[in-house]
Design a protein around this ligand. Sequence first.
Ligand SMILES: *[C@@H]1O[C@H](CO)[C@@H](O)[C@H](O)[C@H]1NC(C)=O
Ligand SMILES: *[C@@H]1O[C@H](CO)[C@@H](O)[C@H](O)[C@H]1NC(C)=O
Length: 616
Amino acid sequence: MASSAQSGGAGGGGTITSNPRVWIVAGIAVAGVIVLAEAARRRRRWLRGKSSAPPDAGAFCDRFELSPPPQPPPPAARHLLSGLTFAASDNFEIKGYVAGFGNPDWKRTHEAPRHTAVTVTMLQKQGATCVGRTVMDELGYGVTGENLHCGTPINPASPSLVPGGSCSGAAVAVAAQLADFALGTDTIGDVRIPASFCGLLSFRPSYGVVSTLGTIANSQSLDTIGWFARDPSVLHVVGEALLPAIAGGLRRQFVFADDCFQLLKVSNQKTVHAIKNAVQTLPGYQPPKHINIGQYIYSNVPSLKEFCEPATKLQEGMSALKALSTVMLLLQRYEFKASHENWVNTVKPKLGLDISTRVLRAVNFAHDNIKSLYAIRNELRAALKNLLKDTGILVLPTTAGYPLKRNSKERLSSGFEDRMYKFVGIAALSGCCEVTIPLANLDHHVSLSFVATHGSDKSLLRTILDTYSLIQEQVVLASKLVMAPVTNGDVDVDIDIDASELLKEKGNSAFKRRLWSKAVEFYSEAISLSDTNATYYCNRAAAYLELGSFKQAEADCDQALLLDKKNVKAYLRRGFAREVALNYKEALQDFRHALALEPQNRTALAAERRLQKLLK
Ligand SMILES: *[C@@H]1O[C@H](CO)[C@@H](O)[C@H](O)[C@H]1NC(C)=O
Ligand SMILES: *[C@@H]1O[C@H](CO)[C@@H](O)[C@H](O)[C@H]1NC(C)=O
């Protein structure tokens, strides 16, 4: 290369070949092609099992470079994404390159597109350079990121574990620092799950706000364009480039989905407290709220009932979340079939075991009540709008499970899938936007999700940008607490009991001052630290009664009585809750239970008389 530049320079004229700079560029371009060809060769060796390490962590299936247009001359502003590189999943069309959709039979039976995906073009116009296309689960239909044909990209956060799918390569390209950000499509968690496995930030925008034109669909009404980043400012600036300019204030109130955190194995109190501490130091943010989101969905999404398994009062919430993921998977099957049934039946593609099961299930899908699947989408979106309004952000874990080991020969268990899909359905079905952030210091592969109402994408990204470093600082502090020497296993528990008693006292004092919501907050915190004390539930039930939240009051009494069968107050409070809900028979039973335990109790005696009259 040096010699050609020299000989070109010696000419010194105005022709192209005589300009040394052009020679150097050409030299780099040729060298680039050679490097790419070498990478492709190493990749083939790796796939044939002849070498142990793939090039580029096995993230890419196509390497190329789409450069941005030149910067405008000053004083015009520089391009928004100038200097950033990105990759896109194998279902983004790039003019001149056939997309593989994760499967060689797909690639073989399709032609090179004449247009590049809208999002890729938008990013390029804003100054970003596309450096290639990345491996994904076949047909966008996997959750682990293992690909029979293209190889499984290597998760830099934990090389022995799967990277997560379906956008496995896109996540790995970013995690391995081979690109600053990457695009994928998130249908049922396909960006959020690999982000959590690989320790990245990710964003799933509101349904329909970022164009999917030029991407191969998996499920039309669930597909969204999502992106991965290592840095919150990159996550944010990509949003500035891709999202429509809608003005919106900052989101100012976090709402914790307590029921979801309870399904995590790691100490979720520490997570919740880390975020609360972070938020407290921010100007203008309101104190966080707590909710049982499953229960809320159960009560506010009526069409979901037909998909819920029979449940006791206390299980309603969990059965609603399970039903939500069932509905999501049914909708995906229905729409996948509509798009790809013909191709699957004609080509009979060779597919990995788990993928083939899913694809067959989709292609053979028959369901007689498609309308209710779509009704649930609308009802869920409205319910979340009602809950979060213009300021709320729902906080929950991204998934309830951990990544599997690579190459484990086991078929995916339904338990694993349940844990993966338990929470992702909330945004997928409602079309709300969601950011995930890693909590690497606390526990690998635990990610937090932040969900805001449909259309509030920019304000959500902005809020995360504002709070991210504070949250991570608090998480580091929390992780140090975890590692503090503990002489015996009980110490930790004692600390929690003391703290929860203190919170209960605060709750009682708020209650006395008639600050019912405050009281609920304190009791909830006490419960989140120690969830086996009947008194906390019973006290919160009293505050809920004052607030007119009779269902919650009843549920708290249920819980209190489960923990302590002789709790007279819990029977009395549940009796009142049932009485106002016009369930007189059940209310009477409660008052009689109270009387059996405390025969002289005048409150209970009066209530019994009152109800006997009502029931006559
Ligand atoms: C439960 O709460 C009560 C009342 O606050 C307290 O006296 C008791 O020690 C607590 N019990 C446990 C096991 O935490
Ligand atoms: C009835 O029982 C409850 C719970 O033990 C107690 O708080 C209340 O004071 C009693 N009421 C009367 C009038 O005895």
